[in-house]
Each structure stands twice: as C-alpha cells, then as structure tokens.
Design a binder for this molecule. Structure first.
Ligand code: ADP
Length: 257
C-alpha cells in the first residue's frame, strides 16, 4: 500500500484538512514483474536462433565448410532459424496488439464451422506429413468475434493438436450451439499434457517439452494468444488432458446475430 498526501488545503487561510490517496501498488508491482520477465524471455528466445545463425555464418565465411552440399545444408539451417525469428516476432507483435485493443469490437461476427473448415484445408499438408487425420463437424452459426481473430485462434489450437500427435493420430474439431454461445472443441489423442502443466501452458513461453516444441517450430506464444483472444471477446478457453491419452481444448464464445 502506498500512501500519498494529496493536499493540505488551506481555505481562506484556514487548514481544512489533509486528503490521503491510498493506492494498492501490489497489482502494479506484479504487472511490472510480469513485464520484465517477458522482456527477459523474449531476449532469450531471440538470442537462441541468432546465436545459431552467427555460428553457421562464421563457419561459412571462414571457409570451414568446403563442399557445396554442406554449404547448402548450412544455408538451409540458417533459413530455418530466420523463419523461427519471423514467427516469434509476429507472435510478439500479435500479443502486444491484443493487449492494447479495447475490450469488445462491436458488431463483428464469424462462423466457427466455416473458419474451422478453412483452417482444416490450410493444415492439410502438415497433417498429411504428420500422418494425422483432421476432421471438422458441427452446427453452423455465428460467434461474436472478428473473423481474422477466430481464424488465428483455430489455427493455433488445430496446429498444436496436429503437432502434438503421433502418426496415426486423430484430431477432431466440433462446433456446437448453446444458449447464447458457440462452443468449439479441438480434441486430439496425442501426447497429452501432465496435470501440473495444464494451467501453465497458457503462459507466454511455457512449454512442457522444450526439445519437442523447438523441433516443432513452436514459439511458445500460441496458447497465450488463444487465451487473450477469448478474453477480448468475452469468451473463455478450458483444457482437459491426460498424458498419453490426448488433449481437448474447449473455446466458448458469445453467439452472434
Ligand atoms: P508452442 O509454440 O510451443 O506449441 P503454445 O503456446 O501453442 O506453444 O503451447 C504451449 C505448450 O503447450 C506446448 O509447447 C506444448 O508443450 C503444450 N501443448 C499445446 N497444445 C498441446 C496439445 N494439443 N497436446 C499436447 N501438448 C500441447
């Protein structure tokens, strides 16, 4: 608690009292802590691919890599790290935009079923490569959300479901209409998330298995973005998961007209 005397007002020469402003700085301090932790995490996440790029370019420029095949392989690895940096920066920008937008963007609606089908098509090559079957079903209807945000939310959840599945796995997306709500479930029978990590996966940069996430090219920001989007539009996201059995993410959004 921070006490600050606001004024010892004098009225016609007479002291009529002192006002004290009482403000709780606990929240402020917490926000500052989160911000500086975020800055530290971002710096670390940016540094890792940059260090690799520097290593590869040093080796190429000193002539240590002789054969054209090896040179090409190094250039490809540099490309992968650069893509990673671009993804990371895009996600950081997206999060900061989501944080600065005022709650509720009046009037915009989008169809979860149509959007999920659109994302299904976009993910088809990735699902094919991972040997994962992706399916979408459910009821038509509108949710009160900007279509770009809904697409991004579904892209993050559906792509994760594919990424964290084993070959032969199944990802099922279902859309249901409730009383004034639209609910989307994204269910996979993949690797699952241990109970102690289930709250934390929505935190920025938290990953259950860093090695696997890195191999999959994740930024660690996808679920933080999903949670922010839900909150922005008056909805919420829940998770039901068990290691080895799979994960189901459920998003509930207000229905549109
Ligand atoms: P990432 O870019 O690492 O995938 P996310 O914020 O999207 O970051 O997810 C955070 C972490 O949550 C992932 O690194 C992974 O450990 C876990 N995770 C997310 N979705 C799933 C899922 N469908 N199945 C298993 N683990 C998941």
């Amino acid at each position: 608690i921070f006490l600050s005397p606001v004024s010892g007002r004098r009225y016609e020469g007479e002291n009529v009292g002192t006002s004290v402003l009482i403000s709780d700085v606990t929240e402020l301090k917490k926000a500052e802590g989160i911000r500086s932790q975020f800055t530290a995490n971002v710096s670390h996440e940016l540094k890792t691919p940059l260090t690799s790029i520097k290593g590869f370019t040093d080796m190429l420029s000193t002539g240590m890599v002789q054969s054209p095949e090896d040179q090409k392989r190094f250039l490809t690895m540099i490309g992968v790290e650069v893509d990673r940096l671009i993804d990371l920066i895009n996600d950081i920008l997206e999060l900061s935009e989501l944080e600065s937008v005022a709650i509720e963007q009046a009037g915009e609606t989008a169809s979860p079923l149509d959007t999920a089908r659109e994302v299904e098509k976009l993910l088809a090559p990735e699902a094919g490569k991972a040997q994962v079957t992706l399916s979408v079903c459910g009821e038509p209807g509108l949710a009160r959300i900007a279509s770009g945000r809904l697409k991004e939310l579904l892209m993050n959840l559906m792509e994760n479901a594919v990424k964290y599945s084993e070959p032969g796995g199944k990802v099922e997306v279902a859309v249901t209409k409730g009383a004034g709500t639209m609910t989307i479930t994204v269910a996979d029978n993949g690797i699952g998330i241990p109970p102690e990590a289930q709250e934390r996966v929505f935190e920025r940069f938290y990953r259950v298995d860093r090695g696997r996430a890195r191999k999959n090219g994740g930024t660690g920001l996808g679920l933080a973005i999903v949670k922010h989007i839900c909150q922005l539009y008056g909805g919420f996201v829940t998770l039901d998961s068990a290691p080895g059995r799979g994960s189901t993410f459920t998003v509930t959004l207000p229905a549109g007209e």
